[in-house]
Design a protein around this ligand. Structure first.
Ligand SMILES: [Zn+2]
Length: 83
């Protein structure tokens, strides 16, 4: 991950991290530009998923199928059987 210093636009590096939860981490950064040397904290947080994890896909599909009206579920099952 590229970190850019807001003071000089130079390249900064992550010197340490503090994972406060599975969704939120603080990144302690230091600018590598010698004349700047700004050190600062960035925050990294989980926003949202785009696709369920492979190990949760079955569960996700079952939950979605439960919300379908019976006739749509039947049509879907027939489609699956037809290949
Ligand atoms: Zn800088």
């Amino acid at each position: 991950m590229k970190i850019q210093c807001r003071e000089c636009n130079g390249k900064a590096i992550i010197t340490s991290t503090n994972r406060l939860s599975c969704d939120f981490t603080r990144l302690y950064c230091t600018c590598r530009t010698a004349q700047c040397g700004h050190s600062f904290v960035m925050q990294l947080s989980y926003s949202h998923g785009l696709r369920p994890a492979a190990n949760k896909l079955d569960q996700h599909l079952v939950e979605q199928m439960r919300e379908l009206p019976p006739e749509r579920l039947e049509a879907l099952m027939n489609q699956l059987k037809a290949g």
